[in-house]
Write a protein that binds this ligand. Sequence first.
Ligand code: HEM
Length: 511
Amino acid sequence: MPSQAVFNAKDGATYTTSSGAPVGEPYAAEKIFPNGPLLLQDFHHIDLLAHFDRERIPERVVHAKGAGAHGYFEVTHDISDLSCAAIFNAIGNRAKTTVRFSTVGGESGSADTARDPRGFAVKLRTEEGNWDWVFNNTPVFFIRDPAKFPHFIHTQKRDPQTHLKDPDMFWDYLSQNPESIHQVMILFSDRGTPDGYHKMHGYSGHTFKFVNKDGSWHYVQIHLRNDGGFKTLDDKTAGELSGSNPDYGIQSMFEDIEKGNFPSWSVYVQTMTPEQAEKFRYSVLDLTKIWPHSEFPLRPVGKLVFNENAQNYFAEIEQAAFSPSHLVPGVEASADPVLQSRLFSYPDTHRHRLGTNYQQLPVNSPIVPIANFQRDGAMAFNNQGNRPNYQSSILPLSYKPKAYKDVKHEQFLGHALADLTFITELDFEQPRALWQKVFDDTAKAHFISNVAGHMKNVKSKVVLERQLSVFAAVDPAISEGISKAIGHPGGVAPLKVKPASEAIRFKVNNS
Ligand code: HEM
């Protein structure tokens, strides 16, 4: 092996094998004669190729394309009456954060400006462990029955035979599952094509619980409002950027942070008491619904700032593992079935995508020491030294659980139900308000043109008319506008649904 060490011009490091031995010529391979053959003893060369062969890890099954950065969350207002989480115990408390923004349906090389919801995932490193906000840029979602998630996602991805995205599949699903209409209305407005990743709002979507030491608790929804407002692109610009610069979102955020134009958000909560939840018109466990701000105003909490680009994208962003189940004392999940399913799904996919010890990777590792009984497994970097690997008498219990009383708002009935929600007139009220009261004439025109641009490619008349009937149930003007734009004769009757009075309202199951 050549003994002359090679230095990297940038950082002055010596070029070495993965085991640390200096190597003189990175391109050289050991051969018997100048034309070969190669020698198996050449660890440098074999290791180089073998490691290269293993460079790829699975991309995220959803949200594969993303961009990220680091920053901080700072508490600006006292909400210690709502939650005993340590991060909230003083104004000015800060947690270091890592964010990953993403599109949902495309692969890791897909365009940043695709019409799609955006993921907005933040890891807050608190002194009580990591608290992950695994949010989207929309306040509602397509489903409220978790078993629909894989079906729904498959219809947004590629057809098993053609390996193409298929508008028939897309609208076939949505038209048969009209609880998606609220999210569809947002997706096909210009909010479906945000201007990059760092100029949009974020929403928990789900209801969580903030719990206090005395056991009192509130339902909460968390809102991240971009200080510069929610900037969007029109369909044409977004489409052009998909071709000319598919990495527009990654690039514009990276460059803004490098220039010191740090994106920031004001963090708010909406709160609801258990009693208010029982009287609320919609179920707080149904994430196809919003909580009207007029009834549940935004209460300021803090500031979120991203002021540092990653030095190494793979290590600091791609390997980040966010999960809604990474909670801290004082914050709990609600019984929302979609949220409950997510509590399982994320750590499960992380074990597959990153490995058993994914929590030990530097980006995921909490700032507090880990002391548990998980040991060994592949890549156990922090195997907890000589600490006993079972609950032993020499292990002091340093943490006393905070005094939670009853934080349950539901009582398990002792039998399991295989249950599925159904559609009522209640599901159309908020989408209708969006169309009639929130969208102005320009927003309405963009919406019709955005939907028409997608739906004109649907081949099946059944699928097309079923979705038109869903739009007609929101407002016949939508269905007629789309029909006209795609050359359909129109006159499709609104979808018939049960009256609002038959909707299953949220109530405590204590009977
Ligand atoms: C990513 C499952 C609903 C937000 C993911 C991933 C899975 C998943 C498996 C990949 C995670 C990874 O590889 O690290 C599910 C399931 C859902 C659901 C089973 C419903 C039953 C939602 C909802 C939201 C959401 C309602 C937002 C309110 C996100 C975000 C990411 C993500 C932001 C990307 C996280 C990152 O950047 O690493 N989801 N998801 N998901 N999901 Fe969901």
